[in-house]
Ligand binder design. Structure first.
Ligand code: NAD
Length: 436
């Protein structure tokens, strides 16, 4: 099939490349000409494992092309996917749909009648209805609009796209469903469950999924707080509950609070939808509050563990991206942590294996170290913020020798207290017994 992808970011580029890999012909469109020029020259705009190989292979086969021109991308397409950003609108947290509607108006002018428009962007309930209305306003008598929310995870995006837990397609007519079925047929053959629902249901399903995961993370973070008060170990509690099939082991890792490009904005947008519908969502509202408080409390925690005053002290930080295997800094817990440390007069020396460049855009006044040991050099404490694999097997003796103050604050529970103490470090994990 011929597919156009409007928006060539984390979701659009991965989806476009994977669709091309299935054998479809895909044209990825983005209004950011630097991004498109880079892609045409073989330079990836994001860091995602496995992406470069699949993009290059399909570009060479002529199945994957890149352009800034909507009309060029859309003119022959049987389906147009919208994968532009839907950030939280400043002030109220509502999903900002201006990029989506701008894209729809542009493509409506150039697409051929009968083309199916599919939202892959995460959009509030009813957005598909509004898209349909815009298409009709632009003179398309028959509008075919589907919702196909994306569930991939950054850092594992290719595998998630190719082997999804499920594909959700919301459509209101048979023809639209058939086009989506054809597009996903290669996965269908691989027995990926495909769930056909109404369009509004599909839109809500995405928000419900992200909100549930955010609740799960905040739940274990609150249990971690309790563990610290009553001298219990949250790792063992998480294992003890996670082995129950009804609960499951994932998203039960206590840490500095969730960040990233999705959970923070999607929980806020869900609350806006609920407000508009006059239906309170107390659990999600509380989760947002719990997580916001947690993220801003992390700096105070580090300061407390460094004796209460960090003025003139040096803090080494390991990991800046919001999670491992990505360079995405959106809403990363490292940002409020580092900003507060700097405000309190600390010097920060940070290392991230790939997010250095992205971090420079949002954090100023910090020193970027070349590796973990350089970040620890002469620091009064070392803080693990993102659990990159390469931080899981550090030579703790070497870390201890590099540090001036022998404090390791492990916000991801990567290490055991005993091994850290054997290396001469004072160790603070999250939710692992009473904190002295
Ligand atoms: P992104 O910011 O990485 O990419 C969006 C791209 O759209 C940008 O390159 C931007 O230049 C482009 N764009 C905006 N308006 C355009 C227009 N009119 N025409 C052409 N290009 C345009 O965003 P993302 O992280 O890929 O997220 C996209 C959507 O997918 C969001 O709704 C997000 O919530 C959802 N989503 C993201 C993830 C994730 O892990 N990042 C996972 C699932 C769903």
């Amino acid at each position: 099939m011929r597919i156009a992808m409007i928006g060539t970011g984390y979701v659009g580029l991965v989806s476009g490349a994977c669709f091309a890999d299935f054998g479809h012909r895909v044209c990825c469109v983005d209004k950011d000409s630097a991004k498109i020029d880079g892609l045409n020259a073989g330079v990836m705009p994001i860091w995602e494992p496995g992406l470069e190989a699949i993009v290059k292979a399909n570009a060479e086969r002529g199945r994957l092309t890149f352009t800034t021109s909507v009309s060029e991308g859309v003119k022959d397409a049987e389906a147009v996917f919208i994968a532009v950003g839907t950030p939280a609108r400043r002030g109220d947290g509502h999903a900002d749909l201006s990029f989506v509607f701008e894209a729809v108006r542009e493509l409506a002018k150039v697409m051929k009648p009968g083309t199916v428009v599919v939202t892959k962007s995460t959009v509030p309930v009813g957005t598909g209805d509004r898209i349909e209305q815009i298409l009709r306003e632009e003179g398309l008598a028959d509008a075919f609009v589907a919702s196909n929310p994306e569930f991939l995870r950054e850092g594992a995006a290719i595998a998630d796209f190719k082997h999804p837990d499920r594909i959700v397609v919301g459509a209101e007519d048979e023809r639209t469903r058939d086009v989506l079925k054809e597009i996903y047929r290669p996965l269908f053959l691989n027995r990926a469950p495909i769930l056909f629902t109404g369009r509004r249901t599909a839109e809500l399903t995405k928000y419900a999924a992200n909100a549930f995961l955010a609740v799960k993370i905040s739940f274990i973070n609150e249990i971690a707080n309790l563990c610290e008060a009553v001298d219990a170990d949250v790792q063992d509690v998480a294992r003890g509950i996670g082995l129950d099939n009804r609960i499951g082991p994932k998203f039960l890792h206590a840490g500095p609070g969730y960040g990233g490009s999705c959970f923070p904005k999607d929980t806020l947008a869900l609350l806006q939808t609920a407000d508009a519908a006059g239906v309170d969502q107390r659990i999600v509202r509380t989760t947002v509050e719990v997580n916001d408080e947690r993220k801003s409390a992390m700096a105070e925690r580090v300061i407390r563990m460094m004796g209460g005053d960090v003025s003139g002290k040096r803090v080494g930080v390991l990991g800046l991206a919001f999670k491992p295997n990505t360079d995405d800094m959106r809403e990363a817990p490292s940002i409020p942590l580092i900003k507060t440390l700097l405000e309190r007069g600390a010097e920060v020396s940070a290392f991230d294996p790939v997010a250095h460049h992205q971090a420079e855009q949002v954090l100023s006044g910090i020193h970027f170290a070349e590796d973990a040991y350089a970040a620890a050099a002469d620091a009064d404490a070392l803080v693990i913020v993102t659990e990159w694999d390469e931080f899981r097997a550090l030579d703790l003796d070497k870390i201890a020798a590099a540090l001036k103050g022998k404090v390791l604050v492990d916000l991801r529970n990567v290490y055991d207290r005993e091994e850290a103490e054997q290396a001469g470090l004072t160790y603070f994990g999250v939710g692992r017994g009473k904190i002295a």
